[in-house]
Design a protein around this ligand. Structure first.
Ligand SMILES: [Zn+2]
Length: 145
């Protein structure tokens, strides 16, 4: 099981000087910034002023791939694009995409909010996506993405 940093522990904005730096008692640039409509904690980075939710504090930490790319891939999957097609078109290993899916499935509430709000994914498509993950999740993958 991959270890995740806690939400609000770092800035997820790749363009930010503080990107990926864990906060310490000396350096605290991430502040709480209210809740989303669904009650998910929102944070703001004082260095770049970007706001983000717990979503970004979990599955995206430590990934080389941008959060936009991961979310877009998940959105396309939800819309019914096959993993093999996405792998070919986007250039990510199928195992990597499956890994993102499995991690997303552990944070469905936060991921759903972003996918529905920013990528226009529908409720039913998300349900199908999580069902797909549960089936795929049973199989052991040959390597980790
Ligand atoms: Zn920042």
């Amino acid at each position: 099981m991959e270890k995740f940093a806690k939400p609000g522990d770092f800035c997820p904005n790749e363009a930010c000087a503080d990107y990926g730096k864990l906060q310490t008692s000396q350096q605290q640039n991430i502040k709480k910034s209210g809740l989303t409509a669904k009650g998910v904690q929102r944070y703001q980075c004082k260095a770049c002023l970007k706001t983000f939710t717990e979503t970004y504090g979990t599955i995206f930490y430590g990934k080389r791939t941008s959060e936009h790319e991961i979310l877009e891939t998940l959105a396309l999957l939800a819309e019914g694009t096959r993993i093999s097609t996405l792998s070919r078109v986007k250039g990510h290993k199928e195992d990597t995409i499956l890994q993102w899916l499995r991690e997303a499935a552990q944070h469905t509430e936060q991921i759903e909010e972003v996918l529905m709000a920013e990528y226009r994914v529908k409720r039913g498509q998300l349900d199908a996506l999580w069902a797909y993950v549960r089936n795929k999740g049973e199989k052991k993958l040959s390597r980790n993405g």
